[in-house]
Every structure is written in structure tokens, then in C-alpha cells.
Design a protein. Structure first.
Length: 506
């Protein structure tokens, strides 16, 4: 007897439909799983056997073969357990389903027959295709309901599933409430930042145009404080963006209680993060890394000079393309990575380069400098020096401009970018820039002079024009870029001399 049950698996952030084909035939007792299962999936034979027996069902004492089709696609994780158990019950004729409803089954089984939640439910549901209902663990029900077009059947045990499918009992009545993730009521506010006019402007430009920002300055100058206030400048995610971001977090297994993520995420990994932790991957599971978890939001790399050089260089391609492509011998994955990168670093290991307090040796400074390569630096549209706030400004009782008022200008600038057909100005192709902005003679001369002096690469030429266009959008201009805007853009893309204590000219 053969039974076919619909289920799905996830690799990276993409789900793939899996047809669980169960054959119960004559022969010596055995339990064989084929179709490229990984170790966790292969171990399901023991979980399925124990779950059936503890649920007062019969485990066939004969030859069982389970094929996970399509057979050439690797199957990862424990999400196929429930489908395998239902397939065994159907193939051994312990259950007959009276209705014609098509269903998908996702869940891990405990030895006591409990149905447990699994990661990646959202992308797996998207891959299920034409089914009427999906059976999931209770703890996955809220997440499964986010798609909206499927009837969700939350269950706690395998016995509940079998009784409901056979018509012996109704489906469990579980209240599923869609919830949206919201940040704490009190967010970090720019009004708390005293002084730092250049850094505040750079944050506003970065948020408005999606321009990557590097801040260089001594310890305590306020770099981290500034970076933590960037998410407050960004609007809520759109419906499609929220589902995409939520799917990424679901695939990584870090989704908070099935909530739809509405606010742009903010990720700040420690500088000891490994390559896999940063860009994603692994031997076979290919889970999203920090740059994918920051998709649609902000990735903040504090102490940039302390990250391993090979980890930082792995960011170069994702920063350009907005996607991480991971290739392994048996599996490939494309992970989204379109985020705003904010980085902060000291000018030398001790942070006091150029002052009498600096005690760094030339060797330590050279080693520190080599960790941040020139090609990576070239991908920062904005590079600024953050100096210590003068005492008069630091102790002033006068409040600075608040996050809410800056966010209004940022939102208006982003709306102008959307009208051009792109989410942010930074994503306008260089070949298309002439359609949206034009440089006057003075602006052209400034750009040409910067290129001739080696201050701008070919990539930097396009980035300066985009930053100038963002500045024009913030002032509600008409797209005509004058010399003042280009000069301002060039001032916020200061050259960093890696051979001279990472000093940024004043």
C-alpha cells in the first residue's frame, strides 16, 4: 500500500515542496528513508516509531520505505516527521480520510506523540502550493496564519491529528491571533545627542538614501549612541517587506512568537562573529547570517577594526548586490541582504591616534589597518570623523532636534525615491542617474577634480552623485545638483589613510 502526504522543507530562506511517499510492503521489518535526508531527518524513524506506539497506533512490523520527492533536493531538519507518521498510518490502512480536503503537514514529533514547532514555517507554507489546509504545531499557528490564504489547523499531539482526519473528533479549537512585533514604547531619540552636527546630518542622509556610513573617532565620542538611533528614522515596513523579513527570521529560527515584523530590524553582532555567523551558510543547513537578519533594516558593526579581515571582506559582494549567494557541493541558496550598513571604529587600537595619549606601536597600527581593506572602504558612501563633543555643548540644557522631526524629512525623501521606481536613492543604477539629476558646471568640475586627484574611484563617482541627489531630496529640490551639494557629499566621503593611523582629515 502506498500513501502520499504533502509537506515541505526549507533551505536558506526558500522553502521547497516535498511529497512524502510511504510504501508498506512484505519483507523483513525495516524502515528506510530515501531522497537525500540529512541526519536530523533520517533520525525521524525512531521518533515516528515511538510517537505511533505512544499514540495507541500500530507501527507496521514489515518493510517500510519512505521516499522524499523530489529526490535530488536535500531535505533538512525535522519538519517532515508529522507527514511521515501520517503517511505510515494511511499506508498501513489504520486511517481512512472521509473528506477530499487537500492538506499539508509540518511538525516535529516527540517520543510521546507531541507535535512540536519547527523553524521556517513561513517559507515552507509558501512552497506547499495548492493545498486547502495546513496542519502545524500550536506554537507555529500564529506564524502560519500570517499568509492568510490557508486554513490553519493547530494540533498538540499526533493522536489529535489522526482522530480529526478520521472524523472521530473535531479539530482542536485553538485561538489564533495575528500579532505584529513592535519595539519598546521608548526608543532612543536623537534629541539626546548633543552637538555632532556633521554626524547627525550623515545619519539623516544615510537613512534617507540607504547610504552605508562609516564613523571614525575616539572612544566615547558618541558613535554607538548615534548608530542606535538610526532605526527610529525609518518608516514601518510595507506588507510585502514585513512578510519577507519575517520569513528570513523564521528560517533562522529567531522569530519572536510568530509575530509579523513591522519595524526595520537592527542587528549588532559582536566583533568575534565568525564568517558563517555573519554571511550565513553552514555545512548543509545554510541558515541566514547577520547580514540577512538585518535585511530591510540596519546592520551595525561596532569596533569595525576588531573584526577579522576575511569576515569583513565577505561583505563586499552582498553590499553591492543585496544578496548572499552560498554554494555547496549538494545545495545552493540565495539569502537576501539588502540592508543599511552603519560601522564605527577607532582611529587606532587605543583610539587616541594623533594625540600624546596614543601608545600604539607602528606594528599594531599596521595590523589594525589591514583588517579594513580599500575595496570595503570604497563601498561606504559616507565616511566621517566623529570628534568628542565640546564641554559647552555636552552640558547644554538645550535639546537637539528630535528623531520624529528628522524622520519626517527622511520619509519624504524616501517617497521621492519610490516615485522613481526604487526603494532608496542608493539603488538607482548609475546609467539611470541622468534621468533624475543633472550636475551644473561647478558640480561637474568638483567631481572631475576629485577623480583626477585619486579621491574617487569609478564606483565612488556614482556614489557621490547619489549622495548629492539624496541631499537634494531632503531639501525638496528639483534634481539640479549644484556645487554646494557635491561639496557637501565630498566632505562626507572623506578619504581614510590606512597607512597613517587611519586618520580622517578634518
Amino acid at each position: 500500500m502506498i500513501a502520499v502526504v504533502a509537506s515541505a522543507s526549507v533551505c536558506g530562506v526558500a522553502g521547497s515542496r516535498v511529497s512524502v511517499e510511504v510504501h508498506v510492503g512484505s519483507g523483513l521489518p525495516s524502515y528506510t528513508i530515501v531522497g537525500l535526508p540529512d541526519a536530523a531527518c533520517r533520525e525521524s524513524r525512531d521518533r515516528v516509531r515511538a510517537a505511533l506506539l505512544t499514540s495507541d497506533l500500530v507501527f507496521p512490523n514489515t518493510r517500510l520505505t519512505i521516499n522524499l520527492a523530489p529526490s535530488e533536493v536535500p531535505k533538512l531538519g525535522t519538519g517532515l516527521d508529522l507527514a511521515m507518521a501520517i503517511g505510515v498510518v494511511l499506508a498501513s490502512k489504520q486511517l481512512e480520510i472521509p473528506d477530499s480536503v487537500t492538506r499539508g503537514f509540518l511538525g516535529e514529533l516527540g517520543l510521546d506523540g507531541a507535535v512540536r514547532p519547527v523553524r521556517g514555517v513561513l517559507p515552507m507554507l509558501s512552497a506547499l502550493g495548492a493545498v486547502d489546509e495546513v496542519v502545524v504545531a500550536v506554537d507555529n499557528a500564529a506564524e502560519a496564519s500570517l499568509l492568510g490564504h490557508l486554513k490553519v489547523r493547530p494540533v498538540r499531539t499526533l493522536r489529535e491529528v489522526v482522530d480529526a482526519l478520521g472524523g472521530k473528533a473535531p479539530w482542536p479549537d485553538v485561538d489564533i491571533r495575528k500579532r505584529e512585533h513592535r519595539p519598546p514604547t521608548r526608543n532612543a531619540d536623537l534629541a539626546e545627542v548633543h552637538g555632532q552636527p556633521l554626524a547627525r546630518l550623515a545619519l539623516e542622509v544615510a537613512a534617507a538614501g540607504g547610504h552605508h556610513l562609516l564613523m571614525v573617532g575616539p572612544p566615547g565620542a558618541g558613535k554607538t549612541m548615534l548608530a542606535e538611533r538610526v532605526p527610529g528614522l525609518l518608516d514601518d515596513l510595507t506588507d510585502s517587506e514585513a512578510l519577507e523579513v519575517t520569513s528570513v527570521h523564521s528560517s533562522a529560527g529567531v522569530l519572536d512568537d510568530g509575530q509579523l515584523i513591522r519595524r526595520p530590524p537592527f542587528r549588532s553582532p559582536h566583533h568575534t562573529a565568525s564568517m558563517v555567523a555573519m554571511v550565513g551558510g553552514g555545512s548543509r543547513s545554510l541558515r541566514p547570517g547577520e547580514i540577512s537578519l538585518a535585511h530591510g533594516g540596519v546592520l551595525f558593526l561596532d569596533e569595525l577594526g576588531e573584526f577579522p579581515a576575511h569576515v569583513l571582506d565577505a561583505l563586499r559582494q552582498p553590499l553591492e548586490q543585496g544578496v548572499v549567494r552560498i554554494n555547496r557541493a549538494n545545495v545552493n541558496a540565495s539569502l537576501p541582504a539588502r540592508m543599511l550598513l552603519i560601522a564605527a571604529m577607532n582611529p587606532c587600537p587605543c583610539g587616541h591616534a594623533g594625540t600624546a595619549a596614543c601608545g600604539c606601536s607602528d606594528h599594531s597600527i599596521a595590523r589594525y589597518a589591514r583588517r579594513v581593506s580599500g575595496p570595503l572602504l570604497d563601498r561606504f558612501d559616507l565616511r566621517i570623523r566623529v570628534r568628542p563633543t565640546p564641554r559647552v555643548e555636552l552640558t547644554s540644557a538645550q535639546a537637539s532636534e528630535s528623531t520624529s522631526s528628522v524622520a519626517e524629512r527622511v520619509a519624504a525623501a524616501r517617497r521621492r525615491a519610490v516615485e522613481r521606481g526604487v526603494p532608496t536613492v542608493s539603488e538607482i543604477p548609475v546609467a539611470e542617474l541622468h534621468r533624475f539629476c543633472s550636475l551644473d558646471p561647478e558640480a561637474s568640475d568638483l567631481v572631475d577634480d576629485a577623480i583626477d586627484r585619486g579621491m574617487l574611484s569609478g564606483r565612488g563617482w556614482g556614489r557621490i552623485r547619489r549622495v548629492a541627489l539624496t541631499l537634494d531630496d531632503l531639501r525638496q529640490g528639483d534634481g539640479r545638483i549644484d556645487g554646494g551639494l557635491v561639496a557637501q557629499a565630498l566632505a562626507m566621503r572623506a578619504p581614510i589613510d590606512l597607512s597613517n593611523r587611519l586618520s580622517v582629515p578634518a
